[in-house]
Structures are given as C-alpha cells and as structure tokens.
Design a protein around this ligand. Structure first.
Ligand code: SAM
Length: 562
C-alpha cells in the first residue's frame, strides 16, 4: 500500500475528519461558556475546538486565569498519537488533555450493573466533533455495546459517533450542554432511530447547519446541540412537535408539518415485502453481460471435496473468533474426517459462446437507472439452481455466507437502484435472480396483483420521492426497508386508482416496446396530480374522494400520450 493510502486508511479507521479552525471558532463564538465551567472535548484531534475555546475566554480573562483554566477546567482525550503530538506542540502544558481512548476515559467500570451508579456527571459542556465511522477496539466492542447499545428500550447503533454521544451525555451534568458536529445521518436513517428517541426523551435538542465547509470529508455534517434534562426539538430553525416525529415510521427529524399529512395511514410495507438481493462475492466469476442474446463464458466450473478443519473455520470466522461450542463441533467434524463441497473455477482457453435462453443461465437483476422497464442486461451462471454460486458463497473467505433475497428469486415485482438520488423504479418481470445493488418489492400474499402497478405509479411521483429523500432516508441509499416505510396512498379515490393502474400498465407496454421514460416525461409528471394529497389540514388523512373532471381530462390526455 502506498504511504498516502496507508495514511488515508488510518484516518478512516479513526473516523478522523479534522474541523477547520474557522468552523470551530464560529461554533464556539455562539456558546455562553464561563471560565469556571468544566469542559470536555472527548476526541480533540489537533485541538480545533480547544484552541477556539481558549482564544474566546482569553479575550475577557487574564493570563493567570487562563493558566488556571487550562490546568483545571478543560479535559479531553485523543486517540491518535500523531494528532496529539501536533496538539501538544502548540497547546503547551497538557493539563487534563491526554492521549488515549475516550471509551476508557473516566470509565469507572464496564460492568453494566455498577456503571450507572459509578459514572459521575462532571462537565458543564461537552464540545467537539466525534469520530464518524471509526473503528472501535475489538476487545471493547461487546462491552461498550452492553453499556451504550441499548437505551430506553431501543437499540443504539454501534457507531462511534452514537456511542460518543451517549457516553458524553452520561458525563454531562443535568442542565449541561453538549455541542457536537456530527454526521447528518443522525437525522433520518432508521438505524439511528434509537439514538434520536433517547435524545428526545432526555434533552432539549437543536440541529443547525454547519457554519462552513470541511476539507477532509464530503459527508454532510450538522451541529447537534443538546441540553441535558430539557425538552423540545428544533431542526434548522423549525420547532417540531414530538407527535410529528413519532408519526413517521422511522421517528424522523426531517418531517415537516406539510409532509406529516402523508403519515396517517398504512405504509407500503403493509402491501409489499421489500428485500435486498445477493452479493455474489466475485461478480466476474458468474455474471455475464447479454450481448445480442449471446453469452460469452470464459470459465469452466467443477466441484471438489475439501476436509473441514478448525484452521479453515477460524480463517473464515468474524474477528477470527469461534465460540467454544463451535470449536467443539468443528473438531468433531475434523476428527470424523468430514468434508465439504467447494467450487473449482478454471479459465477456458477459448471462451464458449452460448445463446440465451440457456438452461445453465438465469436472468440477473443488475441496477440500472431506467424507469418503468429495462430490458435484461445480465445473466448469471445458474446451473442446477445456482449450485456453483451457493457453494462459492458458502465456502468463500467472508463472514456472511447467506444469500440475500433468496426466497424471492424468480418472482414478479418492482425494483430500483440502491444508490440513487431518486427512486428509479421499474417493473421486474418474473424469472430474475436478485442483486444487492437493486432492491425489490413483492406483493404480500393475498394482495391484488394490480397493486403492483398502483404502487409503481406512486413511486414515480415527485412527492413520493420528496418523502423518501427527506423524511425516510435522506442519504444516497434507498434500502428495502426505506421503501416499506413509504406511505401508501390511501387518499386516492377508487376511480382514480383504477385509472392509474390502467395508465401504468400502458406505460409498461410502451416501455417494453422501446419507449424510454425519464423523470421529466410528461406522462410521468401527470402521475403527480393523480396522487396529490389534497388534504389542507396537516394530519388529516382524508383526501380527495372525487373523480374530478380534471382527472378525467388528464386521463384522456395521458392515454393519448401513450
Ligand atoms: C472527526 S475527528 C475530529 C477531531 C477534533 N475533535 C476536531 O474537531 O478537529 C475525530 C477524532 O477522534 C479521534 N478518535 C477516534 N476514536 C477515538 C477514541 N476512541 N478516543 C479518542 N479519540 C478518538 C480521531 O483520531 C480523530 O482525531
């Protein structure tokens, strides 16, 4: 690895994105900190916040007062030796700003039963920018999960910034304030729901935009401000009632009064089950592009038996660790001389050229940006119902041997790109093996088949996309569970629903005939009106029940268009 790459990797593992001094200064400038208050910076990097704090207080206090402050009022730690050395070179006397791991700092015990009685809230302020996506020492992971991984009945995601917030709150005095720069993933993603709930239960919360830009990361950040023991939520200047947040399936902090009217009825998950597909492991071994109905196959596949050994299983285990029960079982298998099938792949001297359809290959649903429909682009080697792929997955050098979405392989549904700024939704014909880059949704048992087209129409609207990308999950990913959390359009009248279904089916026929739709296509934008929720009062689920002349006119127009 090049030195630059090693350095980047080390920074990534530390979750190290240093705050530009101007940004730290702008944040600190607004804080009413007094010189007699105790401050903690739990991961101070090269000290952006500590210097900003010191400079601010020094404007109104003498050198002696500042020396005392440095010695007795400000505390913190930083894991990275290099960052710490840079900090020390400028800070002078370290006082209580040490090099070390915050998860070990002020840690009376890792025993959950004693932790809460022994940890002492000692700070008036906790200020900083905790590591985002950093690695927690393997030895500490489970113990920290025990202490911070569950609060008020909900899971707190094992993420460095989440655990930093929880521990910092434990160390904060009642009425004290925590001010952190943190990833904006906190605001909506479902895995941070437990943290959001806990913060609303225990603090007054305010979220503001970052006063400046970061050089070291593209990850959008916000300034999170908590007052321990307070109540209320303000996001980007808007006061949000708790009921509004709780009305969303993910307790989203990006809900607005206008959008809340959509969250009064069922969600798409009541009608469809959405799922991710599989990660093949090494696509080039099994996936083939379809070119003019032909497949080029460069490999020959065969199976061999290999002995099951403890060494083999250890090399495959998460963190190389197996439970004692697993070890006993494997040792017994080893002693009994048990074997398992593994796959051998050999490159052919001359690739085979095969026509598709072919009994050894199945269609493969790769993500594409097309709307409504896309012709197949890939197939997967699927002889004997995918034996080669399953064997490869089961015996390969990774921790997760499972195959995502397997029960849904071959079913008719709808699908979209996992990573996209919008739902690029399209019909998935029966017969496909599913890829993790293109999640899919399938009707639940007993749901009328036409619902698929109604839901697809809804997903093509602007408002559905706004709801998805603000309230549900504003990051780049559109996970299967995000899809299930979207509101189901109960407000559409039965007549409009019937028309929409007919319309979407006709769009599909056109798309299969080769018409390419895009988000600005007039046909798709007509769906916006059809699905508009006409309720004026937020929180009121009723919506237009009328099959208005406007709709009838639109239908005629729309059908003419297609
Ligand atoms: C996002 S950076 C911010 C640094 C500094 N607070 C700032 O604003 O510039 C996070 C810092 O946390 C440090 N860090 C990561 N894990 C840590 C841990 N367990 N204890 C203390 N510091 C840690 C990283 O080395 C990195 O310097």
């Amino acid at each position: 690895m090049s030195q630059a790459k090693t350095q980047r990797e080390a920074k990534r593992q530390l979750g190290q994105f240093l705050t530009p001094p101007d940004v730290a200064k702008a944040i600190v400038a607004k804080l009413p900190i007094r010189i007699d208050e105790m401050v903690l910076e739990p991961s101070f990097g090269t000290g952006a916040f500590l210097f900003a704090l010191r400079d601010k207080l020094a404007q109104t206090h003498s050198a002696e007062e500042m020396a005392l402050w440095t010695k007795t009022r400000v505390e913190g730690c930083e894991l990275d030796e290099k960052a710490y050395a840079l900090f020390r070179a400028q800070w002078g006397e370290a006082g209580q700003c040490i090099q070390g791991d915050f998860f070990r700092f002020w840690m009376p015990t890792y025993d959950k039963r004693r932790y809460f009685s022994e940890i002492t809230p000692r700070y008036d302020w906790v200020i900083g920018n905790p590591p985002f996506g950093g690695t927690i020492e393997p030895e500490l992971q489970d113990r920290l999960d025990g202490l911070y991984g569950f609060r008020h009945g909900r899971k707190i995601k094992k993420e460095t910034y989440a655990f930093f917030i929880i521990k910092s709150l434990d160390l904060l005095k009642p009425g004290g304030r925590l001010v952190f720069i943190c990833s904006d993933t906190l605001l909506s993603i479902n895995t941070m729901r437990g943290l959001r709930d806990y913060l609303l239960d225990t603090c007054a919360v305010s979220v503001e935009r970052l006063p400046g830009l970061f050089d070291e990361t593209q990850q959008p950040m916000v300034v999170l401000s908590l007052t321990k023991g307070g109540a209320g939520l303000t996001v980007f200047g808007n006061v949000l009632a708790r009921e509004l947040v709780d009305s969303t399936p993910n307790a989203s902090w990006l809900i607005t009064p206008t959008l809340s009217r959509y969250f009064t009825g069922p969600v798409l998950g009541d009608f469809v089950v959405a799922t991710s597909g599989m990660t093949v492991g090494r696509n080039e071994l099994f996936l083939r592009e379809l070119r003019n109905g032909q497949i080029e196959e460069p490999y020959a596949f065969s199976f061999a038996e290999r002995p099951i050994t403890l060494a083999l299983r250890q090399s495959q285990a998460r963190l190389g660790v197996l439970s004692s029960a697993q070890v006993r079982k494997i040792q017994a298998q080893e002693q009994a001389g048990e074997t398992e099938a593994c796959l051998t792949v050999v490159k052919r001297e001359v690739p085979l050229s095969l026509p598709f359809p072919h009994p050894d290959y199945a269609l493969y649903n790769k993500a594409v940006s097309a709307l409504v429909y896309a012709p197949p682009t890939h197939v997967i080697y699927w002889k004997d119902d995918g034996r080669a792929v399953y064997t490869f997955k089961k015996t390969g050098p990774w921790y997760l041997h499972g195959v995502g979405g397997k029960p849904y392989f071959g079913r008719e549904g709808i699908t979209w790109q996992l990573i996209s700024s919008r739902l690029n939704v399209r019909y998935l014909p029966p017969g496909y093996i599913l890829d993790s880059g293109a999640p899919c949704a399938f009707l639940r048992p007993g749901v009328h088949p036409d619902e698929l087209f109604f839901i697809m129409g809804w997903c093509l609207t602007d408002i559905c996309n706004v709801i998805l990308k603000t309230v549900i999950n504003h990051t780049r990913n559109i996970q299967s569970k995000d899809f299930e959390r979207l509101p189901y359009p109960t407000w559409v009248s039965p007549e409009s629903k019937r028309d929409i279904i007919a319309f979407v089916k006709r769009l599909l026929v056109r798309a299969r005939d080769g018409v390419r739709f895009h988000h600005d296509s007039p046909e798709l934008r007509m769906l916006d009106d059809w699905f508009a929720c006409e309720s004026e009062s937020p929180g009121n689920a009723i919506l237009s029940q009328s099959h208005t002349p406007k709709h009838a006119q639109q239908l005629t127009l729309a059908l003419e268009c297609v």
